[in-house]
Unconditional design. Structure first.
Length: 276
């Protein structure tokens, strides 16, 4: 997924059928809106059909609408398209700051892969130890996540000094896991922890904004925050808010899974008691 949807549309538009061009034209004219639509919404707004939307996405080289939307979201973040991203970069009041953050979080929610979130939660519940790695302003987010996992009874740790974290992972194995948090996906120290985890045969998961980053390419799977240009770049990044939101979603699914398991165990105990 290369995040070049608009470029592909411009290059391939002449090869499209008329109905497909209507979809392509709508995407080109309204890219910020499209990343928040589902396939049926886009079909209705472009005057086409679900099948036409999916066929056009596949013509562009994507597996379907969802994959195209992810690539478009990456493109918007990278090139700061007018409207949605520009407004988010230049709020004029405190209220607009909150509105921009809210829109970004809704965008993340729209693109979040539910299956991967559940897969991450399952992996956490199954692991003997959960190592959480982060650097910079994502360290407090990672530490908070590890702390809350501990409160759920899960053996989780997050070291603020990378070398200490790697030292604790040396004896790790396939029954443990690493969750690596890096907004850019290019943090040298976080990537080093992933490389160590891979050598120790640990399952690895990343939370990052870029599916094409070195980090994303070196883990078993990743959860995308998608927002590549957070507010206040020169004053202090707000990217940690996006990572926090994704990790909160994972934490909720972990808690939900634990409750389901407790309920199941309770029912089984009752059945066993009455020999049903």
């Amino acid at each position: 997924m290369d995040g070049q949807v608009l470029k592909r549309i411009n290059t391939m538009k002449e090869e499209m059928f008329a109905a497909e061009r209507k979809v392509a034209d709508y995407i080109t004219a309204n890219p910020q809106e499209v990343v928040r639509l589902n396939v049926t919404d886009l079909a209705e707004k472009s005057g086409s059909s679900d099948a036409t939307v999916i066929r056009m996405c596949k013509r562009l080289g994507y597996g379907g609408f969802y994959q195209m939307k992810l690539a478009l979201a990456e493109e918007l973040g990278r090139y700061q398209m007018v409207g949605y991203v520009d407004a988010a970069q230049n709020p004029q009041s405190a209220k607009e700051v909150i509105q921009c953050l809210t829109r970004d979080l809704l965008r993340i929610a729209d693109l979040l892969d539910e299956e991967k979130v559940q897969r991450c939660a399952d992996l956490i519940c199954q692991s003997h130890r959960v190592f959480v790695s982060a650097v910079g302003n994502t360290i407090p987010v990672a530490m908070d996540f590890a702390f809350r996992l501990c409160r759920l009874g899960i053996n989780a740790t997050c070291e603020t000094i990378v070398e200490y974290g790697m030292a604790s992972m040396v004896k790790g194995d396939s029954e443990d896991m690493l969750l690596a948090v890096s907004h850019s996906g290019s943090s040298k120290h976080v990537i080093q922890t992933v490389e160590l985890a891979n050598r120790r045969k640990m399952p690895t998961v990343a939370v990052t904004s870029s599916s094409s980053s070195v980090l994303a390419r070196n883990v078993n799977f990743y959860l995308l925050t998608t927002v590549e240009n957070p507010l206040f770049g020169e004053y202090g990044s707000t990217s940690h808010i996006y990572e926090q939101a994704v990790l909160d979603a994972v934490l909720y699914m972990v808690s939900k899974k634990q409750k389901q398991e407790r309920d199941t165990e309770g029912i089984e105990a009752i059945l066993a008691e009455y020999k049903i």
